[in-house]
Every structure is written in C-alpha cells, then in structure tokens.
Design a protein around this ligand. Sequence first.
Ligand code: AMP
Ligand code: MG
Length: 408
Amino acid sequence: MSNDSLTAEAALQKILDITPLMQEYEDLDLVQAMGRILFEDVKAGMDSPPFRNSAMDGFAFRHCDLSGGRALRLNGKSLAGHPSTGLRQDGDCIRITTGAMVPEWADTVVMQENTNLLGDQLHVTQVPAKGDNIREAGTNMRHGELLVPAGDRLGASQLAVLGSAGLTRVRVLRKLRVVIFSTGDELVDPGSSLKAGQIYDSNRLLLTGLLMSPSIEVLDLGICADDKQSLSKVMQEAMDADIAISSGGVSVGDADFVKEVLDQNGKLSMWKILMKPGRPLSAGVLNSGTRFFGLPGNPVSGIVTFKLFVIPAIRKMLGMEQIPLLTMQARCNDALSKDPGRQEYQRGILSQSEEGEWTVSTTGLQDSHVLTSMSEANCFINLPLASAGVAAGETVQVIPFSSFNHQF
Ligand code: AMP
Ligand code: MG
C-alpha cells in the first residue's frame, strides 16, 4: 500500500483528474425534468413577449394627441388575450389591461389611477412620458438568445423560462447510478437488536440522504462483512454503476486485505489526507469504468469526505461547473484545540448578533464518531494545516453548510 500523504486540495485535484464527464442523455417533458441537469444549451426559438403589450391597467393612446391638454375619446378596448380590432381616429384612446396587446398606432399607456373618465371623455391627470408602461416584444427573451446553459440544474425558474419559449421537452443528463455499501463485521441495521460489540450502521442512511437528488438513482447493497470473499462479491455487483461508494475498511488495520481486493477489481489509490476528520480515503476506477470512493468508516469523516471530494466529482460527471465553497469570517466564541499538520473541519454553530456581527461556537467534542457534532452544527470551522489552535475571540474562517445545498 502506498503511504501517500496528500493535502485535501491535492486529493481533490487527483480525484477530478480521473473523473469523466457523462455523455448519455434522455429527453423528458418539462415537469419530469425538474431538478435535472441540462445536457445542451437551450436557445430561444422566438421573441418573448411575442408582441408589444401593456404593463398596466389603463388607457393606450398616441402621445401627441394630448398636446394642449386635450381630453381623449374612449373608443374601444384591448384586453389580455383579446386584442383591439376597432378603427381609430385622431384623439382616440382605448381601455387596456396588463398584458394586452398595444395597437400599432398607440405609443403610450397611462395607468388608470392617473385619469378621470367622464362619459367617453378621458382626462389624463398625470401625463406619462411617451412610451411609458409599454413592454416591447422580445424584452424577456430574444430569438436565438441563450436561455439556459448546459450543466445548469433545472429549477422552477428555468422550467418556466423554457416553457415561456414554447418548449415542451428538454434534453437532460441521464440519471447517475450510484451504489453504496458499508463494510464492517460490527455493523447491523437499525431494527435488529445489538449483540456485544455491535453498532448500528449509520453510514448508509447518511449516504442515501446525501445522494438524494433527481439526478441520482441510489442502489443500496447493504452491509459487507470484513472478509475478502464478501468484499470481492460486492465489488463485482458495484461494477454496473457509474459510481460506487463504500464506507469503512480503509484505515490501516483493514488496509491489507482491502488493498488486495481493490487491486483485483480496478486501479485504486489509498491516501492519507492531511485533514481531520477524514484522513484515510481510497479512490479510483473499477475495471468496469465505475468510479470508486472508499470513505472512512467514522460517520463524521464520511460526511466531510463526501462533501469535499464526492460532491465535486459528481458535479463534474454531470457536466456542472465547480463552484468555490462559500466561506466567511466569524469571531470564535470558544478556544479550539488543534495540532499543526492537518487541516481541520471542526463543527460549529454560526449565528449573527443583533448588531450584525457573525460569531461561531463549537459543538463540543470533535471526535469523528460524534455524529451529533454534525447534526447540531450549521457550519464547518475551517482551521488551516499550520494552525496550532484558536483562542476565544479570534477570527476564524467558517463554511456554512448552506454552501453544500443543492449541489447536484
Ligand atoms: P473503519 O474505517 O472500518 O476502520 O471504521 C472506523 C470506525 O467507524 C469504527 O469505529 C467503526 O465501527 C465505525 N464505522 C464503520 N462503518 C460504520 C457505519 N456504517 N456506521 C457507523 N459506524 C461505522
Ligand atoms: Mg471497519
């Protein structure tokens, strides 16, 4: 086994270097495409709005007809969906509603509140500038304009934009197939009783939750025992997937037999990453082309390595851009202990005072098995490699968990 020690940054680069872009797609109705990743650029095939229309309920007229403070004569109407068809004479106006077509001859709309209608005589009490309250054709989108770029995740606004261009179907990346499994003789599923030395498997729940996305299909292969035969078998099953994610079995104690099984099934590296939690990590490619991530067994390490390494890899496979993590500075309310040499992602609770100052408190015990340190936290406190701890009151960098929302 290689004794590679890598910084978190270098490990991410190595992972991205071997991660391919998925090239398969499917065509879906717009509603089914919600939350999926667009496969190719979509351009507008038309102008929208397709015609000049009113931005207000009011009256449409020709601005020069108002000269000398003259009243206008009401002669017809244009309602949304029902354009005016009447003939016009000089000094005419028509009643118009929001979104209704403005007749070619009219150049201005006055809002109803700024008028006074007596019989068919319209007095404009507050004169708008020429061209006011008219939405020109093509001001929402122009024919040929890029509407949504490839790699964007289709949310409600994107779907509405595509629909307003008259589209009914859209080409998206096919779903990624991801298999997950846990390794460990000590693991049992919640629901059965624990015998001496056993614990409940939390990592498959963790991974299922982290992977929940319209772009991903998760297949849960269960718990794999710590022996070569079981591991070989589950690795074979994993070969049908685009990505396989295991947890446990990559620390030094397990490494020898895991390494042997991995070598038979693909080209994988095992790294010691200079970070805490999440030091051991295995990554590579199975013989089938499946991308493999062997995450550490400790649940907190699993979450941290998933967020830092697996999310960017999935984004790359889906053709999404990499986005830098949102970071901010906050005053730390507590002293934090740390040894230099590893980057630490401690868990914190970030809050803002009434004066607007951001402060962060620790969640307490930072051991990597303390899963509640994650569930109670709302941010990572990111302490650099060289840091030897933090005194209460010092400023630290934090990464709010919201940076990881809607990642794919
Ligand atoms: P390992 O990486 O297999 O050496 O496991 C490291 C620690 O994480 C051990 O204390 C394991 O019992 C624990 N662990 C491993 N897998 C899981 C899991 N799926 N759920 C909860 N704890 C786990
Ligand atoms: Mg284990």
